[in-house]
Design a protein around this ligand. Structure first.
Ligand code: CP
Length: 311
C-alpha cells in the first residue's frame, strides 16, 4: 500500500484523531462560512456499488458545502463493474479523475483493495456486513453532542448484531474509552459475531451481557442503538420474514427508560422504531443523519490535507 492515509476501519483513526474530527465538525456547525471554499476545485468520487441514501448524499452535500465538486455512480450496473472490471482497476481509473474516493461495496474488503490501488485517499462508505466507519463517526459526534463524553456509558445494541456493520464499527470505537458497559440484545440467530466479542470486547476487558430481552435491560441504558434486520444479507427469505420484526420500539417499551436515554439508529428504519417515538426528545436518529454530513466534511478536509491536496 502507498503511504496515503485512507479510512477503511474506525481503528485507522487514533482516539486523538477522532477527537480532532469531532472538534472540526463542531466548528463547522458553529462557523459554516469559514469552510465554504476549503475544497474549491477539488473532486470527490462517490463509488456506490450498493444502495444508499444517507451516506452517499451526505458525502455529496459535504463536498458541495466545502466548495468542491462531486462525480460518481450510485449503482454497480451503471459502472464498468457490470462488464467485469475489477475494484483495483476501478480505483486506478478514478484516481485519474478525482481527489478522493468514498466507496460502498457489498463485498467485505473491497474498499481496502481500492485503497491498495488508488493514488488518492479512499474512504470506506460501508463494505458488506463488515465495517461502516463514517457512520461510526456520525454516531460518535452525536454521542459527544448528546452526552458530552464517551466515558462511563451503558450502551444497548438491539436487533441485527450479526450483519449490522454499524454496530461492529461503533463497538470498536467505544471500546477505546473507559467505563463502557455493553448490552447485546438480539435473537439467537443474529447475535454479535464471535470475532467482535473476542477481538474487541474481551480484548479490552469490556463487561457485556447477551440477551434477547430488551425491556429487562432498558432501565440500565444511557444509549439504545436500534438496528434494522438486513434483508439483503439473508440467504433465505423465510428466515428474514421470521426475524424482521423481532424488536419494535414503541412508547410503551420506554416506560422504564432513563429520562436522558439517547435513542439512536443508523437508519434506514423499517419497522423497528415506531414513528410515534420520533416526537420523543430522546430520539436522536435524525440528528445522526445531519451530524453525518458535518463529520464527513471534517474527514474530507483531514484526508485531503494529509494527502497534500489542500492547504
Ligand atoms: N446509515 C446508512 O448507511 O444509510 P444509507 O444506507 O442510506 O447510506
Amino acid at each position: 500500500m502507498n503511504t496515503l492515509k485512507h479510512l477503511i476501519d474506525i481503528s485507522d483513526l487514533s482516539v486523538e484523531e477522532i477527537g480532532q474530527l469531532i472538534d472540526t465538525a463542531n466548528d463547522i456547525i458553529a462557523n459554516p462560512g469559514k469552510y465554504s471554499e476549503k475544497c474549491r476545485g477539488k473532486k470527490l468520487a462517490t463509488l456506490f456499488f450498493e444502495p444508499s441514501t444517507r451516506t452517499r448524499l451526505s458525502f455529496e452535500a459535504a463536498m458541495y458545502e466545502l466548495g468542491g465538486n462531486v462525480l460518481g455512480f450510485s449503482e454497480a450496473q451503471s459502472s464498468s463493474a457490470a462488464k467485469g472490471e475489477s475494484v483495483a482497476d476501478t480505483a486506478k481509473t478514478v484516481s485519474c479523475y478525482a481527489d478522493i474516493i468514498a466507496m460502498r461495496h457489498p463485498k467485505e474488503g473491497a474498499p481496502l483493495v481500492a485503497a491498495q490501488n488508488a493514488t488518492i485517499p479512499v474512504i470506506n462508505a460501508g463494505d458488506g456486513g463488515h465495517f461502516h466507519p463514517t457512520q461510526t463517526l456520525a454516531d460518535l459526534l452525536t454521542i459527544a453532542r448528546e452526552k458530552g463524553s464517551f466515558e462511563n456509558l451503558t450502551v444497548g445494541f438491539c436487533g441485527d448484531l450479526k450483519f449490522g456493520r454499524t454496530v461492529h464499527s461503533l463497538i470498536g470505537a467505544l471500546s477505546r474509552y473507559s467505563g463502557l458497559n455493553v448490552v447485546l440484545i438480539s435473537p439467537e440467530e443474529l447475535k454479535l459475531p464471535s470475532y467482535v466479542k473476542q477481538e474487541v470486547l474481551k480484548k479490552a476487558g469490556i463487561p457485556y451481557i447477551q440477551t434477547s430481552n430488551l425491556e429487562e435491560y432498558m432501565p440500565n441504558l444511557d444509549i439504545l442503538y436500534m438496528t434494522r434486520v438486513q434483508r439483503e444479507r439473508f440467504f433465505n427469505e423465510e428466515d428474514y420474514l421470521r426475524l424482521k420484526d423481532s424488536y419494535i420500539l414503541t412508547p410503551d417499551k420506554l416506560k422504564n427508560a432513563k429520562k436522558d436515554l439517547s435513542i439512536m439508529h443508523p437508519l434506514p428504519r423499517v419497522n423497528e422504531i415506531s414513528v410515534e417515538i420520533d416526537q420523543d426528545p430522546r430520539a436522536c436518529y435524525f440528528k445522526q443523519v445531519l451530524n453525518g454530513k458535518y463529520i464527513r466534511m471534517a474527514l474530507i478536509l483531514k484526508l485531503l490535507r494529509e494527502a497534500g491536496t489542500i492547504a
